[in-house]
Design a protein around this ligand. Structure first.
Ligand code: FAD
Length: 381
């Protein structure tokens, strides 16, 4: 069935993004995988063609458009390029609402122009060595002292951890107050006592910098608190997580579609027993099942994008999209790898890279199990 999500302006934007990725990303990505990081220059170049911060008001250098279809276009094209190291979706899909919706005018003026130009790279630091799914179990603290908060603690698994200039750190401003004692503070590159740990070695997404962060008596100005008062952090995170999860679902479907397409081509060209492998009934049935499931997933995710644009995407809608599509993605890629035989295990074949890159999708942004908890709780148990 034809997708009817996009208008002509999205398709034009897609051409621009595709051309940019072919020129500035595809030829270099293998080297970035070896380096373990993407150079900051590519962020600035992407900013120049308007790839960041559509929702940033025009007066601060953005496009002033709140339309997640643009975000989806970028993610789909990035996935089709195999550029798993770019942290663009975290910046655009996950962080934009924190910086656009939760900032006051003074903060907007300080941060949004750099956000939109790609000169200020962002990250969110929730997870800690001892707490991931259980956000309320974090131990990082922020103690108010006059005009500052003194932040102490440690974070891990932080996407854009090395490259980031602005880190939205989740900290306890009142450890006794449970969910009402958590606040979001923007910790900036160069603040005394803020250091980066290891750029973590992962099984996939090798060009993506995923790092540890340390806060040792970092004096963060109270002017860097997000939102009008402290103690709102947990609720601010909960409000933004549906968009983060939809972003992951968009990538999941795009990755499954991409791998499926290349696998169908592979099955047309590879021969065994004097026939091409697509002529075996098993191959056709496997591909038919996967193609069906991916297309059904595609339509649910497109509907979620429209619902998000209308301001109506619920936590349950997003949890369904996230767990279903990411589990599907890992299944599709695994079956497609099988259809490649031994070549599927070789990194020169895109399916092999897709296999290692995809594994994290059911984990970050909330695990499959936590997504099912969210959905299950909605039944009122
Ligand atoms: C590549 C990568 C990038 C990441 N980027 C970021 C980032 O930018 N910022 C950030 O803050 N974090 C980031 N994370 C962290 C990620 O969000 C966490 O790893 C994830 O939320 C799971 O937390 P955990 O690793 O502590 O696992 P745990 O919470 O220890 O979970 C371990 C297992 O127990 C299960 N489990 C836990 N609680 C329950 C429950 N109530 N019911 C049933 N099962 C349960 C989980 O589903 C999982 O299978 C990233 C992680 C990775 C790997």
């Amino acid at each position: 069935m034809q997708r009817d999500l996009f208008e002509e302006e999205h398709q034009l934007f897609r051409e621009t993004v595709r051309e940019f990725l072919a020129r500035e990303v595809a030829p270099h990505h293998a080297q970035w995988e070896k380096d373990g990081i993407v150079p900051r220059e590519v962020w600035k170049k992407a900013g120049e063609i308007g790839m960041f911060g559509f929702g940033v008001p025009e007066e601060f250098g953005g496009a002033g458009i709140t339309d997640f279809r643009y975000n989806a276009v970028i993610s789909e094209e990035v996935i089709a390029t195999g550029a798993s190291g770019l942290g663009f979706s975290l910046h655009n899909d996950v962080m934009a609402p924190y910086f656009v919706d939760l900032t006051n005018d003074e903060q907007k003026a300080r941060w949004l122009p750099g956000f939109a130009s790609g000169e200020l790279i962002t990250a969110v630091a929730m997870s800690e060595p001892g707490a991931g799914s259980d956000l309320q179990g974090i131990r990082t603290t922020a103690v108010r002292e006059g005009d500052h908060y003194v932040v102490n603690g440690q974070k891990t698994f932080i996407t854009n951890g090395i490259n980031s200039d602005l880190v939205v750190a989740v900290a306890k401003t009142d450890p006794e107050a449970g969910a009402r004692g958590i606040s979001l503070l923007v910790v900036e590159r160069g603040m005394e006592g803020f250091t980066r740990g290891r750029n973590l070695e992962k099984i996939g997404m090798h060009a993506q910098d995923t790092a540890e962060l340390f806060f040792d008596n970092v004096r963060v100005p109270a002017a860097n608190l997000l939102g009008p008062q402290e103690g709102q952090g947990f609720f601010q995170l909960m409000a933004n997580l549906p968009q983060e999860r939809l972003s992951i679902a968009v990538m999941a479907v795009a990755a499954a579609e991409t791998v499926l397409r290349t696998t169908i081509e592979y099955c047309k060209s590879r021969t065994a027993f004097g026939r091409n492998i697509g002529s075996f009934q098993n191959t056709r049935f496997v591909l038919a099942e996967l193609d069906t499931e991916v297309e059904i997933a595609r339509h649910y995710v497109d509907k979620c994008i429209r619902t998000l644009n209308a301001g109506e995407l619920t936590a349950v809608d997003a949890a369904k999209a996230k767990w279903w599509t990411t589990e599907l993605q890992t299944k599709v890629i695994d079956r497609c790898l099988q259809l490649h035989g031994g070549y599927g295990y070789m990194m020169e074949y895109p399916v092999a890279k897709a296999w290692v890159d995809s594994r994290v999708q059911t984990i970050y942004g909330g695990t499959t199990e936590i997504m099912k908890e969210i959905i299950g709780r909605s039944f009122g148990f």
